[in-house]
Design a protein around this ligand. Structure first.
Ligand code: 5AD
Ligand code: SF4
Length: 475
């Protein structure tokens, strides 16, 4: 598989996380799911570092095992349960070991987790990480500990994350938490609570500090960055007056503030929402070379009727209008998507509409999933999960095959061109090559020469595989 695939398939895969601290107590921290979860794990590591913990990659020697979990599809939860069986064996040998379940699955199952998985001592939802030291103390005192309280204010703005598994070049910055969208398939509003935006000053400060430490790329994270709005501490979006709204910081403004830190600091962000994405954001992107020309704009389905059942808040035509706006304002911008196949009531014709929309957009990349019903969601309560598993899977295969064709076409079109590449790390395939990305987020591999990690290099692309560009530096 190509580098891009390995790297991007982070979603849903486990990451064992490590820092460089020398604390006495050992923490084994593993993260599943999205980039936001990974970013949360860096907050958790920071909180525990202050308690004298350092991370280990060997869970058998850990004093505390934390699994930061994802609940988005049943498969994600099953992977965590299988992993807990392995930890059970380690705990048998070392009974004082504490096992904690963090994140979305903890929030979804709450106390039930303690009954279902007997080895679990701590259950903590995404807004309760400040309580971890206290909860660990409780377990050391012989009790089980649960905190799944969701907050309307918590953004962990004042906590400096401990960068885990870092290449020292790129880092995530969480700019908001939660989601108010209520897409009918999605468990996130239930596991991550109400949407709230973080103080822009704290975001800019974090990005500046990263730049000063040598980082050259930040990815601003939120479930729906286009609805970012900050009007002052404690002021919630729903109750803002017109005047407060007019004076508030929007996502377009935040993006510009971060872009102005330094021309050599690249900015990426995720995730955009077709319902809320403004032309203003696109113009800011076009204005700054250091804002990467890449937008992740999940469509989910190409059928207006299915989109309505999904409660996405836009039609096929409105989505196409947003794509046209991107192409008009930034003709060289890469676009990626999320797609769900076999959602409740989806007909064969509607599935074909998804395929035809993919062809029309010509996505550079997509994350594609078969629908997985989640407890408590609108879809679970209102619709029957009526598409047979084999139909969902077959439609998924068709979507994946088409995306592969589109990605290959996009990658091939780059051969012969010069790309400005930020070097991230050594290529996984060869110790003589660097791996970096161009602004469109495509992986570029080239011979190391005298270049260093964190430098920008102009690379002439000479050939490619399905998703990786291969070339030589021409500076
Ligand atoms: N089943 C399948 N895929 C889902 N996603 C979210 N909820 C579900 C579900 N219940 C996908 C969506 C979303 C991405 C993060 O995961 O495509 O954009
Ligand atoms: Fe991230 Fe959603 Fe999974 Fe929670 S459920 S970890 S928000 S992808």
């Amino acid at each position: 598989m190509e580098e891009k695939v390995i790297d991007e398939s982070r979603q849903g895969e486990a990451l064992m996380l490590q820092d460089n601290n020398q604390g006495k107590r050992k923490l084994f921290l593993e993260s599943y799911g999205c980039q936001m979860n990974f970013s949360d794990s860096e907050i958790v590591a920071s909180i525990l570092k202050n308690e004298g913990f350092s991370t280990t990659q060997d869970y058998t020697e850990a004093d505390v095992i934390f699994v930061n979990t994802c609940a988005i599809r049943e498969g994600a939860e099953q992977r965590v349960r299988n992993r807990l069986v392995e930890f059970k064996h380690a705990k048998k040998k070392k009974p004082e070991m504490i096992v904690g379940v963090l994140g979305c699955m903890a929030e979804r199952l709450k106390e039930k987790f303690l009954d279902e998985e007997k080895i679990v001592d701590i259950v903590v939802g995404p807004d309760a990480y400040r309580d971890l030291p206290n909860l660990i103390g409780k377990v050391e005192g012989g009790q089980k500990a649960v905190n799944v309280i969701l907050s309307k204010e918590e953004t962990y703005a004042d906590i400096t994350p401990v960068r885990l598994d870092s290449n020292g070049v790129s880092a995530f910055i969480s700019i908001m938490r939660g989601c108010d969208n209520m897409c009918s398939f999605c468990v996130v509003p239930f596991t991550r609570g109400r949407e709230r935006s973080r103080d822009p000053e704290s975001i800019v400060k974090e990005a500046k500090e990263l730049f000063d430490q040598g980082y050259r790329e930040v990815t601003l994270l939120g479930q729906n960055v286009d609805s970012y709005i900050f009007a002052g501490g404690g002021l919630k979006k729903e109750i803002l007056t017109e005047e407060q709204k007019a004076n508030a910081t929007t996502f377009a403004q935040l993006l510009e503030m971060v872009a102005q830190i330094h021309p050599d600091l690249r900015i990426r962000y995720s995730t955009s929402n077709p319902r809320d994405m403004t032309d203003e954001v696109l113009h800011v992107m076009a204005k700054y070379d250091n804002i990467c020309k890449y937008i992740h704009l999940p469509v989910q389905s190409g059928s207006t009727r299915v989109l309505e059942v999904m409660n996405r808040g836009y039609t096929r035509e409105q989505y196409m209008d947003r794509i046209n706006a991107i192409k008009r304002i930034m003709p060289d911008c890469a676009i990626s998507s999320d797609i769900i196949t076999g959602f409740c009531t989806e007909t064969e014709e509607e599935h074909q509409e998804t395929l035809s929309l993919m062809e029309w957009v010509e996505y550079d990349f997509s994350y594609m999933f078969a629908y997985s019903e989640r407890p408590k969601t609108l879809a679970e309560r209102q619709y029957k999960d009526d598409i047979p598993e084999e139909v969902k899977k077959r439609r998924l295969t068709e979507v994946i095959a088409l995306q592969q064709k589109l990605s290959e076409k996009k990658t091939k079109a780059q051969v012969g061109k010069v790309h400005r590449v930020l070097i991230e790390h050594e290529s996984k395939k060869s110790a003589d090559m660097w791996m970096g990305r161009n602004t469109q987020n495509t992986v570029v591999v080239f011979p190391k020469g005298n270049y260093k990690k964190g430098e920008y290099v102009n690379v002439l692309v000479e050939k490619c595989t399905a998703t990786t560009l291969i070339g030589k530096a021409i500076d």
